[in-house]
Design a protein around this ligand. Structure first.
Ligand SMILES: *Cc1c(COP(=O)(O)O)cnc(C)c1O
Length: 428
């Protein structure tokens, strides 16, 4: 063990900080063992889906041009349908990010005169412009699709009465965001999402339920598509890309919903038949193969951070012991110096760009400056270790990712070392 401590010293971690980390880890053994069990289950699920879909070496080759008869692309979509237990899936590098995948799912399944309902409060920031909550060129609102929202009750429960009165003859699609994203509400478990879906389907059986699955994939053994969702949607530079996918998004769900999305992504009449996979398929397949254990690493990192900072008296959401349904961790430092010290620590632990110092900066869409730390192999990938914090009260950082647990651990210890060296916290 002293050999390990010496290696940490080379990376700027003092013996005191390292020991504080080891003590914290000792208390997490049982918890980590359960996460490993979930990863094991999900690993088997992915392998089973790959075997059932007959993934072969030929699937790893790509196509160019129109991409007709792209065996690897079509087989990968069968694999995703197998993993999410859906009728079909659309998994494409032409889907540029999570927002694009969600916009595609919404815009292709809604028609003028339809209404979209969010029964779980305000959706993720970038969807405000997709829906037209903030007026924007090309929004659903411009196409005559209206929007209704029912907020969660103050204690986090679903407002069933509110939902009952919001559903009407125009309600066509219900969007449920699994992860809290950067809000303070709790993330929804698949079981809770299932309860909400049954309620909504009782009110209106033919409504389409879409779940924004970003950051939630492989955190549990079940996915929302197994709890009644008609579509699950996410980004490949988060959990299901396993850190290897360089771009992409997915929509898995009912055949008709996926077909609608394909007609919108490419063209009516062409649908899933075109869309060359170029050279990305090996990364998509191998990334999905690694995704269960990568997600487990990120989850362990989040739990480790929660326990470290909770012990030091900072507010953490989720707290050190509660059950997890996504990979995001918030820590409130209460001062700009705390946020900056944390983010600098995460940056300094990165394999790429460890020598740069992140600085608070004005960002489009934010009222305050934001500091972001990331040293990723895939630009903007948030399954890789990354953190960001608005320089505004309550001075919280949002932290996620870590392709391996040792890397996430190093990042957290580096952040702690910075906070301790600058007198922002005291290790006792
Ligand atoms: C990341 C995320 C999105 C948007 O994904 P981008 O790839 O950043 O466009 C949407 N919803 C949730 C909950 C997310 O976490």
């Amino acid at each position: 063990m002293m050999e390990l401590c010496e290696q940490y010293k080379k990376l700027g971690i003092s013996e005191e900080v390292w020991l504080f980390g080891e003590e914290t880890l000792n208390s997490l053994k049982a918890r980590f063992a359960r996460i490993d069990e979930t990863a094991e289950y999900n690993q088997l699920k992915v392998i089973h889906a790959m075997q059932t879909a007959h993934v072969s070496e030929a699937c790893l080759l790509g196509t160019t041009g129109y991409g007709y008869n792209d065996l690897g692309r079509d087989t990968l979509e069968k694999v995703y349908a197998g993993v999410f237990r859906t009728e079909d899936a659309l998994v494409r590098p032409q889907i540029t990010c999570g927002t694009h995948a969600l916009a595609l799912a919404l815009m292709s399944n809604l028609r003028p005169g339809d209404e979209l309902l969010s029964p779980v409060g305000k959706p993720y920031d970038t969807l405000e412009e997709v829906i037209g909550i903030r007026p924007s060129r090309g929004s659903l609102s411009e196409y005559g699709v209206t929007y209704r929202q029912v907020d969660l009750c103050p204690d986090g429960r679903f407002d069933y009465d509110g939902i009952r009165s919001a559903v009407n003859e125009k309600t066509k699609l219900v969007a449920i965001q699994r992860s809290k994203g950067y809000q303070t509400r709790p993330t929804l478990s698949v079981a809770r999402i299932g309860e909400l879906i049954s309620f909504v389907k009782q009110l209106k059986p033919d409504v389409i339920v879409m779940v924004d699955n970003c950051y939630g994939e492989f955190v549990e053994t079940m996915e929302p598509s197994e709890a009644g969702a008609d579509m699950v949607v996410g980004s490949l530079i988060k959990n299901p890309g396993g850190g290897l996918a360089p771009i992409g998004g997915y929509i898995a769900g009912k055949k008709e919903c996926v077909e609608n999305a394909a007609c919108r992504l490419t063209s009516p009449g062409l649908a899933k038949e075109v869309g060359a996979s170029l050279g990305v398929l090996p990364a998509f397949y191998q990334g999905l193969f690694l995704a269960p254990t990568v997600t487990a690493s990120a989850l362990k990192g989040a739990i480790f951070a929660a326990n470290i900072y909770e012990r030091l008296g900072f507010a953490v959401v989720p707290d050190g012991s509660e059950s997890r349904h996504d990979i995001i961790q918030a820590v409130t430092f209460g001062s700009p110096e705390g946020v900056i010290a944390f983010c600098e620590g995460i940056q300094a632990a990165a394999p790429v760009d460890s020598f740069v110092t992140p600085e608070p900066w004005d960002m489009p869409g934010y009222d305050s400056k934001v500091i972001m730390a990331a040293g990723a192999f895939v630009s903007g990938s948030s399954i890789e270790l990354s953190a960001d914090g608005p320089i505004a009260p309550p001075y919280a950082v949002y932290f996620q990712g870590g392709l391996t647990f040792p890397h996430a651990k190093l990042g957290i210890l580096k952040s702690l070392q910075n906070l301790a060296d600058r007198g922002i916290c005291h290790i006792c």
